[in-house]
Design a binder for this molecule. Structure first.
Ligand code: ATP
Length: 454
C-alpha cells in the first residue's frame, strides 16, 4: 500500500534511515528538517502519515508545538512521534495531545513499519466510517421541537425496547424509515441487522423469493431472503400495502409461527425477527376493498405510529433547513451560507407535498444554484427557485396585467389576502403567532380575515 509519508527530524541521518526503510516497502516519502519546511510540505499536499521528532532542535516550533498545529488544522491526519531515549514521558503526553503512537530511538525497522501500517490502516478505516455516515445522511435523532415531533420521539423511546410489532403510518417522504431506524438503534436488537424490503419496488412474482429466499435440493443452491437476513434484528417492510395477497397469507403464517420455508425448499427455517412495517396509503380503505387482509393488519399494527406531514410541523422547518444546508455543504464541498429571514419565511409557508425528502432536495438545489454568488451573500427570498418563491405573496400575485386593472382598494385586498394566508400557513394555522408576527392584535386579525373572506 504505497502512501505519501512525511518524515520530520532535525537529524539528517534519522531522516534518511526512516525514509529509507519506508521507501524500501514501497511508500513514497518526503522529508523536512524543521517546522517551517514541514508546514510548507503539508500545505503542498497533505500526507497520509507524518513521523515527527519530539525535540526538533533549531526550528521555530518544537515537535510538540508542531503537533498541536497539525492537529488543529488536520485532526484526522495521523502523526507518529520519534522520541529520543529517556523522554518516554514526553512521548506519552504527545499521545494525549493527539499523536497516534511513538517510536523510540534507536528503533528496529520492523517496529517502524508495523507502526506505519497500523496508523495508515486506522486512518483509512476512520475515513470509510465517516463516508458511510455521511452517505446515510440520517441524523442521530429526529430534528425538530414541534409538539408533533416531541410526541413522536417519546413514542419511539417507549416502544423501542419492547419487542412489539410496529406499523408506521405517514405520507411519503415524512421520515417513516428514519423512525424505523431510530427504533432499531434504541432497541435491544441494535447490534443485529436492520433489513429493508420495499414491497412497492418488487414485482409480485419476486416478492416471495425476496422475503423467504430460495433453496434447490438438486443443486444445493441457497439464496437467503430478507427474513433470514434479518434474524436477530429488524425487518422493515416498506409500503406493506403493496404486498400481493398471496404473500400476505404467507407472511401472516410467519408472524404466527416465526418460521417459514424457502421457495422450492422443504425445511422449516426458524427465525427471530421483529417486524416494523410502514405505509403511506390508507389501509382501512384497502381493507374494506378487500385488498389487504384485516387480520394481517392487526398482527402488524400492534403499535401504530403516525408520522406527521411536514405541513403539520412547519415550526421545525428552520431547524431542518439549517441541518440540510450544513449537510449539503459538507457533502458537496460547498461553503455553507446564511439564509435570510425572508427566504426562510417563504420556505416555511410552502406546502411541501413531498415532505422532508422534498425539502432536502430543494435545499440541495438551492445551495448549488446559489454557489455562484459570493459566499458572504445571504440567501434572500428573491434568490429562491421559482417553484417555491411563487408562494411568495407579491403585488403581481394575481398576474401583473390583472392587478393593474384593479382599483387600489381591491388590489390591496388581494395582496392582504395572499399575504395573510401565506403567514398563517407558515405558523401552522396559529392565529396568535401570526398576529404577533404581522403586528396586529389577535382580534383585529380575526376581523381582517373575516372581512377578506379567509
Ligand atoms: N425529523 C427528521 N429530521 C431530519 N431528517 C429527517 C427527518 N425525517 C426525515 N428525514 C430525512 O428525510 C428523508 C426522507 O425520510 P424517509 O426516507 O425516512 O421517509 P419515508 O416516509 O420512509 O419515505 P417513503 O414513504 O417514500 O419511503 C431522509 O433523508 C431522512 O433522513
Amino acid at each position: 500500500m504505497a502512501s505519501d509519508i512525511l518524515v520530520v527530524d532535525d537529524e539528517e541521518d534519522i531522516r534518511e534511515i526512516v525514509s529509507g526503510i519506508l521507501d524500501d516497502e514501497g511508500h513514497e516519502t518526503r522529508t523536512a528538517a524543521d517546522s517551517d519546511s514541514a508546514v510548507a510540505a503539508i500545505t503542498d499536499r497533505v500526507p497520509r502519515l507524518i513521523f515527527l521528532d519530539i525535540w526538533l532542535q533549531g526550528s521555530r516550533l518544537d515537535g510538540l508545538a508542531l503537533l498541536d498545529e497539525i492537529k488543529a488544522r488536520y485532526p484526522d491526519l495521523p502523526v507518529v512521534m520519534i522520541s529520543g531515549h529517556g523522554n518516554i514521558e514526553t512521548a506519552v503526553s504527545a499521545i494525549r495531545r493527539g499523536a497516534y503512537d511513538f517510536i523510540e530511538k534507536p528503533f528496529k525497522a520492523d517496529r517502524l513499519l508495523l507502526v506505519a501500517e497500523r496508523a495508515l490502516e486506522t486512518s483509512k478505516l476512520k475515513r470509510e466510517v465517516t463516508e458511510l455516515k455521511r452517505r446515510s445522511g440520517d441524523p442521530a435523532e429526529l430534528i425538530g421541537t414541534s409538539v408533533a415531533v416531541s410526541q413522536l420521539k417519546q413514542t419511539i423511546d417507549k416502544i423501542a425496547p419492547t419487542n412489539s410489532r410496529v406499523m408506521i403510518l405517514g405520507p411519503s417522504g415524512s421520515g417513516k424509515e428514519l423512525v424505523a431506524r431510530l427504533i432499531h438503534r434504541k432497541s435491544n436488537r441494535a447490534g443485529g441487522p436492520f433489513v429493508v424490503l420495499n414491497a412497492a419496488a418488487i414485482t409480485p412474482e419476486r416478492m416471495e423469493v425476496a422475503l423467504f429466499g430460495t433453496e434447490s435440493a438438486a443443486s444445493h443452491e441457497r439464496k437467503v431472503g430478507a427474513l433470514e437476513e434479518a434474524h436477530g434484528g429488524i425487518l422493515y417492510l416498506d409500503e406493506v400495502a403493496d404486498m400481493p395477497r398471496g404473500t400476505q397469507n404467507k407472511i401472516l403464517r410467519v408472524l404466527v409461527d416465526q418460521q417459514f420455508e424457502r421457495v422450492g425448499g422443504t425445511k422449516r427455517v426458524k427465525v427471530d425477527v421483529r417486524i416494523i412495517s410502514s405505509t403511506a396509503r390508507n389501509l382501512e380503505e384497502l381493507i374494506s376493498e378487500g385488498e389487504f387482509r384485516e387480520d394481517l393488519y392487526h398482527r402488524l399494527a400492534v403499535v401504530p405510529v403516525r408520522v406527521p406531514s411536514l405541513s403539520e410541523r412547519r415550526e421545525d422547518i428552520p431547524f431542518l433547513v439549517d441541518m440540510f444546508m450544513r449537510q449539503v455543504s459538507e457533502q458537496a464541498g460547498i461553503r455553507n451560507r446564511r439564509i435570510g429571514e425572508d427566504a426562510l419565511a417563504v420556505i416555511q409557508a410552502h406546502t411541501w407535498p413531498g415532505n422532508i425528502r422534498q425539502l432536502r432536495n430543494y435545499m440541495e438545489r438551492l445551495m448549488i444554484l446559489a454557489r455562484s454568488d459570493g459566499p458572504e451573500t445571504v440567501i434572500s427570498a428573491d434568490m429562491l427557485p421559482d417553484d417555491v418563491s411563487d408562494m411568495l405573496p407579491k403585488a403581481s400575485a394575481a398576474g401583473s396585467n390583472h392587478i393593474m386593472t384593479l382599483p387600489l382598494r381591491e388590489a390591496r385586498e388581494l395582496f392582504e389576502r395572499d399575504y395573510l394566508i401565506a403567514q398563517i400557513n407558515r405558523f401552522g394555522g396559529n392565529i396568535s403567532r401570526t398576529a404577533e408576527f404581522v403586528g396586529m392584535e389577535r382580534s383585529a386579525l380575526h376581523r381582517k380575515l373575516k372581512s377578506l373572506g379567509v
